[in-house]
Design a protein around this ligand. Structure first.
Ligand SMILES: Nc1ncnc2c1ncn2[C@@H]1O[C@H](COP(=O)(O)OP(=O)(O)OP(=O)(O)O)[C@@H](O)[C@H]1O
Ligand SMILES: N[C@@H](CCO)C(=O)O
Length: 316
């Protein structure tokens, strides 16, 4: 389910008159995704994605995201390019929501992958980091250590013992990370994707064909982005860490942008931070999403296991 806002055909046809995208032939809501309403549009000029941004998105942040995607696309990263209307603007309003049309990317996300897909993700991420350095505007990561603390303070167990245990564990992991997290100056920073999960990376046959969903992108440690991917890609269904996938991802990354000795040294801590970040956003949603909501809640305990794994290692 990810069509929260109904879209009337007349309104869409009128909306499209602001663009040079030809005439609407068909449109359909897209079920995947949980944050925003997405539609696939087919016009006489091709296929496009229309996103209506829902309540969790602060509209003032949108120009940063759209500018970043536009910059990356122009630099050859296979990501959606925001389409501008005849007035040169990409961001408009439709059905009372901020709305944007982006180019459609071919390919599908993988449900099964291997060392070569992980290596391809590493390479693409390193290129994204390199060309991202040319994008000057900054956006603080709202899900940094301070943001984690805030999320955790707003989670209550409601008397559920398994939630109680998870919250207690998260508190002690957070306290440890607050002490050990690197200072801003310690590691190279820049714009990062910050949510490059398998569902956000497309492959055509075995070749990586694109990356989507830049709405958590922000300015942070470049190696933190890699740590997020090591969490998201390098564990089996049964939560076994697949070091050969991780090594392939790091190898792919370093083929383009070698990590500094400092980045290498901090990687295990960054991996713990990344695990805690997804544990906490999932925990927050778990606690705050009504059980009968149409959205499927993601499992926070999967990230408790990843966090426990990384906390026991001093290597990645
Ligand atoms: N540029 C694109 N090209 C092709 N398909 C796209 C594109 N953008 C989005 N999609 C399709 O729409 C689906 C939902 O997109 P997305 O993941 O960005 O949703 P969301 O609700 O904004 O984010 P989240 O995954 O954080 O819930 C994707 O899984 C993909 O199938
Ligand atoms: N990738 C996130 C969801 C929102 O981007 C998660 O799996 O928790």
């Amino acid at each position: 389910m990810a069509v929260y806002t109904e879209l009337q055909e007349d309104a869409l046809r009128h909306f499209l008159t602001s663009y040079d995208l030809g005439t609407l032939q068909s449109y359909e809501g897209i079920a995947e995704g949980i944050e925003n309403s997405n539609f696939r549009l087919t016009t006489t000029k091709g296929v496009f994605i229309l996103t209506l941004f829902e309540k969790r998105m602060n509209p003032e942040e949108l120009p940063w995201f759209l500018g970043f995607m536009g910059h990356l696309a122009q630099e050859g990263i296979a990501c959606p390019l925001p389409v501008v209307g005849r007035d040169g603007e990409a961001l408009r309003t439709l059905a009372g929501r901020p709305a944007v049309i982006v180019t459609f990317l071919q390919g599908k996300s993988l449900t099964e992958y291997d060392t070569s897909s992980c290596e391809a993700v590493g390479r693409m991420m390193a290129r994204l980091h390199q060309v991202g350095q040319g994008y000057a505007p900054m956006r603080r990561n709202a899900l940094d250590v301070l943001g984690w603390k805030d999320l955790l303070e707003r989670c209550r167990s409601g008397g559920d013992p398994s939630l109680e245990a998870l919250i207690t564990e998260a508190q002690s992991r957070l306290a440890w990370l607050e002490e050990h997290w690197p200072d801003e100056q310690t590691l190279p920073r820049g714009p990062i994707h910050a949510d490059m999960f398998p569902d956000n990376v497309f492959f055509n046959q075995s070749a990586l064909s694109g990356v989507i969903d830049f709405y958590f992108a922000c300015t942070d440690f470049l190696a933190y982005d890699l740590a997020i991917c090591l969490n998201a890609w390098c564990f089996d269904q049964d939560m076994t860490y697949r070091s050969e996938w991780a090594q392939s991802m790091i190898k792919g990354y370093e083929a383009i942008r070698p990590l500094s000795p400092q980045e290498r040294a901090f990687l295990p801590i960054l991996c713990q931070g990344a695990a805690l970040r997804f544990l906490l956003t999932r925990l927050y949603d778990w606690v705050h999403t009504p059980k009968d909501a149409l959205v499927t809640r993601k499992d926070p305990w999967e990230y408790q296991k990843r966090l426990a794994f990384f906390a026991e290692q001093d290597y990645v």
